[in-house]
Write a protein that binds this ligand. Structure first.
Ligand SMILES: [Zn+2]
Length: 717
């Protein structure tokens, strides 16, 4: 959140005021899970993670990510105070609070106690920013069962902001926030205190959307300020901010019982999945405002900030809890396993700010402050995932997300113990053991059957699988196949259960190939490869050279596809897909095995080229690029933009020549000499201009790169 955060900080620091004493003590709730939904989540603290995908991630999270990020942010455990990157800090501390529900880490708990006391003091001294971000102290109060000085300052702060933003009749006096984060912030105060005042306040801030501007605030669309909720039909503005706004929108709907909020959240969702989400769940294609562009305006690069993915996880989870429809959990899963998890290295201490779908090798995850906010989003999201595994309502038990875990669930008719064991997302078999407190208990078990078991990878109109699936999901109860009815994307098994009953769900995971609708230019005539909920990508290290040279001459047949386990090295535990393809050079193409790994695991073995969307079709050898002879720099056009490609320059001029890239403003950048008779393979982008001089700097001519890999023959003078 580079530029916007700057303007935001300016605003809050300009508003420093003395506090009137406004806060009051309220009782503390026990679970930080979302509240007010038709489905009740089985929150953190009730779910134990076993050894498995998310259990492993939580271990890395507690052992590596949290200490690393706190160190990066300059937090001294003996006297913890906020320093740099305030937003990342509060998000990370929120993650620390959740983590304490898995494991009572004494050092972290003590640090949090001191931090809450120190920030409380700081806020009293007039620093209003920390009063405005209450999630960390609010959720920490739920962990400890008691309030804290920081939380008390937050309660005061929001009462103060209420008075600043609204008059006594509720008319608004000034715009709310730049980053649309008030909604989730205020709701956390309600969750922590149960004070109805904050429930109403969250709704007030939602209802001033679309009010005329009253001051010099940020671009209205950026903060989802541009329209009243009733008229919102599409996602817009800053993608990270949008996720937080949309999350609060669903929460306000659930808490108020007013349909208009949830309806708006669904309309926006539908537009997003139909027109502007990457197959990895990445959103926000426009780097200028780090946000959404026009419909179909996204490509293989894109911005796809990790914070935006984190926000989409929260938003989709709540839509699922509101509607009991699996498709929202399906999208949550797609974002979580792909565009979100790629934001953090397997080692847990390096982070992506943007999550590109194609790289020439120019990007790498960073350990430090070059990721201004996203490590905080990683730190707050991963420990919440276990809270998404189980949910219930009356006699209905829901499994929105699969992972090795166990939970004791307080259902209406008594406690029910559920355990699941699985290698998900790498294998589609999930084994459940169910044990109600009393045998003979009637429970309707709802098992999510993901969108990717059908005709497409994710909900919406953008992506569809090429070719039909021949394998069907199946369910067994105590070893016997059962027919389950499908209801809103869940297979429902209605029966009386006794302790020790076993259920086995088998979701076949063939390798599938997706195409995107033609309206999205960047993915035309290309295929994306998925298996189960995972998007795969080709990385240079596995493919003997830059991945831009790879293509599928045909859609691989099931018999030509091989899936192997990676048993050692940096990607230990991952799957690799091997596919028949072609490697293209300037003047030849040869058969090649295309090797692909889960997208989230790329750039863990150094930063080289990577691609999700692989060209498809029989590719003719491209003719050599047209040579434009000229002796004047003025005649040479500046470079345009395009996707990755390469040129093999061949110097037939009889003398050494100098090679220049002509940049986007028309300036030249030297790429050294090519001797007479030599070849040079040059990575570049389509529409780039490459110009040539003789040894005495006299211009000879230029080439313009095409989207196809081609040669550039420098002729005799
Ligand atoms: Zn971020």
């Amino acid at each position: 959140m580079k530029i916007p955060v700057f303007s935001f900080f300016c605003l809050v620091f300009l508003q420093v005021l003395a506090f009137p004493g406004l806060g009051r003590e309220s009782k503390v709730r026990s679970s930080p899970a979302p509240i007010g939904y038709p489905l009740t989540p089985v929150g953190l603290g009730r779910v134990a993670l076993g050894d498995g995908f998310w259990g492993d991630r939580m271990k890395t999270h507690v052992k590596v990510t949290i200490p690393h990020v706190l160190k990066t942010l300059g937090v001294d455990y003996s006297d913890p105070r906020p320093g740099r990157s305030a937003l990342a800090l509060v998000r990370t501390l929120e993650g620390v609070s959740y983590s304490l529900l898995y494991e009572d880490h004494k050092e972290l708990r003590a640090m949090m106690e001191k931090m809450c006391a120190n920030v409380g003091e700081l806020s009293k001294e007039g620093n209003r920013w920390f009063g405005a971000v209450p999630e960390a102290p609010a959720f920490f109060s739920m962990v400890t069962g008691k309030s804290n000085a920081w939380l008390k300052e937050c309660l005061k702060e929001y009462r103060l902001r209420d008075g600043e933003h609204f008059d006594k009749e509720g008319a608004h006096l000034k715009e709310p926030e730049a980053h649309a984060y008030y909604g989730m912030a205020i709701i956390s105060l309600y969750q922590a205190t149960g004070d109805e005042y904050f429930k109403k306040l969250a709704r007030k801030f939602m209802d001033i959307r679309g009010m005329p501007a009253t001051g010099q605030r940020t671009w209205p669309k950026f903060a989802a300020q541009h329209r009243p909720v009733e008229e919102m039909n599409e996602p817009g503005g800053h993608a990270g901010s949008f996720g937080w706004f949309a999350t609060a929108l669903v929460d306000v709907g659930a808490l108020s019982g007013e349909k208009k909020y949830g309806d708006a959240a669904i309309r926006i969702w539908q537009d997003m999945v139909d027109t502007r989400i990457c197959i990895t769940g990445g959103t926000g294609a426009v780097s200028r405002w780090e946000g959404f562009g026009e419909p179909y305006q996204f490509g293989r690069g894109g911005y796809n900030e990790t914070c935006a993915a984190s926000g989409l996880v929260f938003y989709n989870y709540r839509l699922g809890m509101m509607t009991k429809e699996a498709k929202y959990f399906d999208l949550m899963e797609a974002v979580l396993f792909n565009g979100f998890l790629s934001g953090v290295s397997l080692s847990g201490n390096k982070f992506f700010y943007t999550n590109l779908l194609e790289s020439g090798g120019q990007v790498a995850r960073q350990e430090d402050r070059r990721v201004p906010c996203c490590h905080g989003s990683v730190a707050r999201t991963i420990p919440q995932v276990a809270g998404y595994f189980y949910a219930h309502a009356d006699n209905d038990l829901y499994l929105p997300l699969y992972g090795t875990s166990s939970a004791t669930i307080p259902m209406t008719g008594g406690l029910v113990k559920v355990a699941q064991e699985t290698k998900y997302p790498f294998e589609g078999k999930v084994k459940f053991t169910i044990a109600p407190e009393k045998d003979g208990r009637k429970i309707n078990l709802h098992l999510r059957i993901p969108t990717w078991t059908g005709k497409q990878f994710m909900p919406g109109k953008l992506y569809s699988f090429v070719g039909p699936s021949t394998e069907q999901w199946e369910i067994k109860v105590n070893g016997n196949p059962v027919k389950a009815k499908l209801e809103k994307g869940f297979a429902v098994i209605e029966r009386s259960w006794k302790a020790g009953d076993k259920v086995e769900l088998n979701l076949p995971m063939p390798v599938r190939f997706s195409s995107c609708i033609d309206k999205v230019k960047a993915t035309r005539s290309r295929l994306a490869v998925t298996r189960g909920p995972l998007v795969f990508c080709a990385e240079e290290v596995d493919n003997a050279g830059p991945v831009r040279r790879l293509s599928f001459p045909d859609v691989p047949e099931p018999g030509q596809v091989k899936v192997t386990n990676l048993d050692d090295g940096a990607l230990k535990g991952m799957k690799m897909i091997h596919l028949p393809g072609t490697q293209k050079l300037a003047d030849e193409q040869r058969p090649a095995v295309i090797r692909m790994i889960p997208y989230f695991s790329w750039e863990n073995r150094g930063s080289k080229s990577m691609s999700v969307w692989i060209p498809q079709g029989q590719i003719e050898n491209a003719p050599p690029l047209h040579w434009h002879p000229t002796s004047d720099l003025k005649d040479i056009p500046k470079s345009g933009k395009g996707g990755q490609t390469e040129i093999t320059f061949e110097n037939h001029s009889g003398n050494s020549v100098k090679l220049y890239w002509i940049n986007y403003r028309g300036g030249r950048q030297s790429y050294g000499q090519v001797k007479s008779g030599e070849k040079r393979v040059q990575a570049t982008y389509a529409n780039a201009t490459w110009a040539v001089t003789d040894e005495n700097d006299k211009w000879l001519g230029y080439f313009i790169a095409s989207h196809e890999i081609a040669s550039g023959l420098i002729p005799k003078k």
